[in-house]
Design a protein around this ligand. Structure first.
Ligand code: ZN
Length: 252
């Protein structure tokens, strides 16, 4: 794969069916901003708001890898489109229509990743890059057909919940593996980072996948390594890796 350059012709030539909620939007106020940029921002704000709400412009700039100045400009446009509410020095929250778009883009992203793996034989470390592009271009009809072909999944292969067509996020209560105590046993729910291919390959080699049964045998202090038992086999994994492994919260 040659990365980004391969995708550029696609973005230029394909006429993209716009996400419904944006269609009625005021095109003049949207100006030169592409629907893809708008959707990417809304998605990022949605994800960051799971940790911090309102979302600060600094966090948003970090996450989008741009200067705070260009974030402020974008937020102003999104506010004009009634997709976010912005309070100076506090940050930004999604309006209901902003959230609707964010959830629809996430639904596209996660359905596409699932489809690429299940139907086309992609591995779980190579689908994020594809989905990040395609999520902005698939029609409602294609979305429905993909969902049907997959038998309407609620979670993607990384364990991330797939919002329903109505925009309902499936319930998922998880905690990082590092919050467990020695002796506790549980099931892996989700890998928190679907864009880190190297990490995903590392975890796959160790069979540390959603659905695996895992027991913490010991944990070194000061964010040291963890010894775990995974499907009967003992392994040592680093603390940083373990923070990305989200597990079902054990009952005791
Ligand atoms: Zn992804």
């Amino acid at each position: 794969m040659t990365g980004r350059s391969r995708h550029r012709p696609l973005q230029k030539t394909i006429k993209m069916p716009r996400i419904k909620a944006l269609e009625g939007g005021n095109k003049a106020s949207r100006g030169q901003i592409s629907h893809q940029a708008i959707e990417d921002y809304l998605k990022t704000i949605y994800m960051l708001s799971q940790e911090e709400s309102p979302v600060s412009t600094t966090s948003l700039a970090d996450a989008r890898n741009v200067k705070p100045g260009s974030v402020t400009g974008m937020i102003k446009r999104l506010a004009e489109l009634n997709l976010v509410e912005y309070t100076k020095r506090r940050g930004v929250v999604l309006t209901p229509s902003g959230e609707q778009i964010a959830l629809e883009v996430l639904r596209h992203h996660r359905l596409i990743e699932t489809y690429l793996i299940e139907a086309l034989g992609f591995t779980w470390d190579e689908v994020h890059e594809q989905a990040d592009i395609l999520e902005h271009y698939i029609s409602e009809k294609l979305e429905d057909r993909i969902a049907a072909a997959l038998n309407y999944p609620s979670f993607d292969p990384h364990g991330a919940p797939i919002p329903s067509k109505e925009g309902i996020m499936p319930d998922q209560k998880t905690a990082p593996l590092t919050t467990l105590k020695a002796g506790q046993r549980t099931t892996v729910s989700r890998i928190d980072s679907d864009e880190d291919s190297e990490l995903l390959r590392y975890l796959a080699e160790r069979q540390l996948l959603p659905g695996a049964t895992i027991e913490v045998l010991s944990m070194e202090p000061f964010n040291g390594p963890l010894t775990i038992r995974l499907d009967g086999r003992e392994q040592v994994i680093g603390f940083q890796v373990a923070t990305a492994v989200l597990v079902e919260i054990p009952s005791e």
